[in-house]
Design a protein around this ligand. Structure first.
Ligand SMILES: NC(=O)c1ccc[n+]([C@@H]2O[C@H](COP(=O)([O-])OP(=O)(O)OC[C@H]3O[C@@H](n4cnc5c(N)ncnc54)[C@H](O)[C@@H]3O)[C@@H](O)[C@H]2O)c1
Length: 312
């Protein structure tokens, strides 16, 4: 594994699930880790210091260095407090893994304002706020002449990049995180910061209803949904040698990692003098005889995961 010795990392939502694996892996690679977790319920309600503290204890027991943060990443000032904690405790910040998340699934027609606001806040603002404060720290260091190799790893989702029914709030936030990744990657490149995203798949409390019905793997059999498979891409992207890889979104399913194509130019409808709606409609119907509609999340996940995918 690439050495991250001397680097300081924050992982948000690291008290459980995928974030916990990221924190443990970064610590094993030698990073000092701020283990952030509010200790919220899956819906985002409540607080509990136990999850973050127990991951800190695990890292320390294995000979690593870690400190807990119980800050709510969706609060701008709390996110600053978390970044400041890393800098005060370890003198710097090098890696920010934005991972904290909640779910409040509902069909759009029934979705409440609170269900929309809470999910957008934790995911989207919960990516913006820590990244914003980390970026200020990195800009200061770059201005002082330091050559940085800093990293942001964001957490999108197949729901966001492919679109999943019942998750208009969550999927919109996760698609926005993919867009945020593209833009912030371009903005922070000048300071030596790379910004990438993952679209993970793992058996955690968040997905136990989706994936829980799959037959559990036999003892010793490869389990593609073990959250530990989400971490090699994170550690690899954090390596100094990965300085040239930025603005990308990686779908991860077990051992299959698919570097997704971003929105890119597709079918062109061009009229030198501009279109009338009548002519354009005729062209649309002629060139899209079967219409055009989203494929849905599962078929695209299967394409992205290739042979190793076992759902559907
Ligand atoms: N599990 C999957 O298959 C899957 C798929 C796609 C995306 N994701 C994303 O991966 C990330 C991790 O998900 P998981 O499956 O490990 O879920 P999880 O529920 O096991 O862990 C999420 C953690 O985030 C913490 N958290 C929630 N709100 C917070 C806040 N405001 N501030 C700080 N911490 C907060 C929770 O306390 C929890 O420990 C999420 O962003 C999720 O949307 C997961």
């Amino acid at each position: 594994m690439p050495s991250l010795e001397g680097k300081v990392a924050i992982v948000t939502g690291a008290g459980r699930g995928i974030g916990r694996e990221h924190a443990l892996a970064l610590a094993r690679a030698g990073a000092q880790v701020v283990v952030n977790d509010l200790g919220a319920a899956l819906s985002g309600e409540g607080t509990d210091s136990t999850p973050a503290q127990s991951v800190v204890n695990e890292i320390v027991a294995a000979g690593g260095q870690a400190v807990a943060s119980y800050d709510d990443v969706s609060q701008f000032d709390a996110a600053k407090h978390m970044v400041d904690r890393a800098i005060e405790r370890y003198g710097r910040l090098d890696i920010l893994v934005n991972n904290a998340g909640i779910l409040r699934d509902r069909m759009l027609v029934n979705m409440t304002e609170d269900e929309w606001d809470a999910v957008i806040a934790v995911h989207l603002k919960g990516h913006f706020a820590p990244t914003r404060h980390a970026a200020a720290h990195w800009r200061e260091r770059a201005k002082d002449g330091e050559e940085l190799r800093a990293r942001v790893i964001n957490t999108s989702s197949p729901s966001g990049v492919f679109g999943n029914v019942g998750q208009a709030n969550y999927g919109a936030a996760k698609a926005a995180i993919a867009g945020f990744t593209t833009i912030v990657a371009q903005e922070l490149q000048r300071y030596g910061v790379t910004v990438n995203a993952i679209a993970p798949n793992a058996r955690t409390r968040m997905t136990e209803t989706t994936f829980g019905e799959l037959p559990a793997p036999e003892e010793g059999e490869f389990d593609p949904l073990d959250p530990k498979h989400m971490t090699p891409i994170v550690v690899a992207l954090c390596a100094d040698d990965a300085q040239g890889i930025t603005g990308q979104c990686f779908f991860v399913w077990g051992g299959s990692i698919n570097l997704l194509r971003p929105w890119e130019p597709g079918e062109l409808f061009a009229a030198d003098e501009g279109w009338s709606a009548d002519d354009l409609l005729a062209q649309l119907l002629e060139r899209l005889p079967d219409g055009a509609a989203p494929e849905g999340m599962l078929p695209l996940m299967q394409k992205a995961g290739g042979r190793s995918m076992r759902v559907g």
